[in-house]
Design a protein around this ligand. Sequence first.
Ligand SMILES: Nc1ncnc2c1ncn2[C@@H]1O[C@H](COP(=O)(O)OP(=O)(O)OP(=O)(O)O)[C@@H](O)[C@H]1O
Ligand SMILES: CC(=O)N[C@H]1[C@@H]2OC[C@@H](O2)[C@@H](O)[C@@H]1O[C@H](C)C(=O)O
Length: 372
Amino acid sequence: MDVIRTAIGLMSGTSMDGIDVALIRTDGRGFIERGPFMGVPYDPDFRGQLKRALELSRPLTDRSERPAELREIELELTWRHAIAVTAFMERFGLSADAVDVLGFHGQTVLHHPDEGLTIQIGDGGELAKRTGISVVYDMRANDMVHGGQGAPLVPAYHAALAGKFQQAGQAVCFVNIGGISNLTFIGTDGRISAFDSGPGNTLIDQWVEMQTGKTYDPSGEIGGRGKVVASLAERYLQSPFFRGNIRRSLDRGDFAPLQPEEASLEDGARTLAHVAAASIIKSASFLPETPAIYIVCGGGRLNATLMAEFSVMAERLGSRVLTAEEPGFDGDAMEAEAWAYLAVRSLDGLPLTFPGTTGVDAPVSGGVLATP
Ligand SMILES: Nc1ncnc2c1ncn2[C@@H]1O[C@H](COP(=O)(O)OP(=O)(O)OP(=O)(O)O)[C@@H](O)[C@H]1O
Ligand SMILES: CC(=O)N[C@H]1[C@@H]2OC[C@@H](O2)[C@@H](O)[C@@H]1O[C@H](C)C(=O)O
């Protein structure tokens, strides 16, 4: 029998809004028992430091390079993860020896898949030392070495969750609407097809923050009061990214922010919510078939304006749209759970990525193990 391990996944995503912490028990294969979840938001000062890390990383050409200021931010990020793990274990009454492994994503500061360069800051060795728990980190690099785009990695977990839909003969597509959105299609025959689908919340967040100081559009209510400016929407939707399914993954900076003079606050938020929804539909045209069901995860599912647009577009094409919670998942915890799952797979040398997910030449494992 395969070993069942207890793993905690740690995700600091492209929205840079905080650390998601989730626990699962899994054999890294078909057995998954989902445990508790906790979100630890970043304060504005640290969000500022992460934005600075993106700037500092722009000129880097070697993924291990750490200019002094970037290294300081990396250590601060790592310590914040250690504090988040400790708080999580205290809250849920767990001791360090009850957890086999931490799956540590770190923070993506640069992602140029066409150049084979992806950089995540986060020091796995330091995290293992601080928490007393083994850490699997740097899970994207080996995929790139083998011809993949280094993202998305969550599809292996989505596929493991999709069993019940497969048994019901339904082709299902997970949609993660984070800073960037990504899709995982699982056919009735188990076939996986996955890729980033376009801008998610990042453009909306940047727009709302620039105009109001709020970091996002709560429930999509600002956008809900606006109208779509077709010419602006088209500017995004005519991007070459949507013309072919060659580039499977995106960088946070691939779509330029809307400029303040280009729209009113409300119309800008509405237009960008429309762009986020339409991007998913455009990219979904490259899936092997139209999914019977979309399962929506990530913070974007809480933007009612975006969700209303997406539901209308998807239903017109014959698909049903469910939030992750409707079939019993947790849309906030999904990526952190996935990082826990991938860490366990890494320990067992199982593939993390597949030709149908990152475009890697053949299924490969990945991740680096650090012990306390
Ligand atoms: N209540 C809410 N109403 C509207 N939008 C929300 C709400 N809560 C979160 N969001 C949006 O979700 C974003 C965070 O989503 P999430 O945590 O899924 O992204 P991420 O994991 O950082 O990104 P990625 O998946 O690209 O790595 C926020 O930046 C915000 O735009
Ligand atoms: C390079 C990188 O960090 N990419 C993220 C980003 O955020 C969403 C999308 O773009 C996805 O490709 C990926 O994250 C998820 C967790 C993944 O790898 O599956």
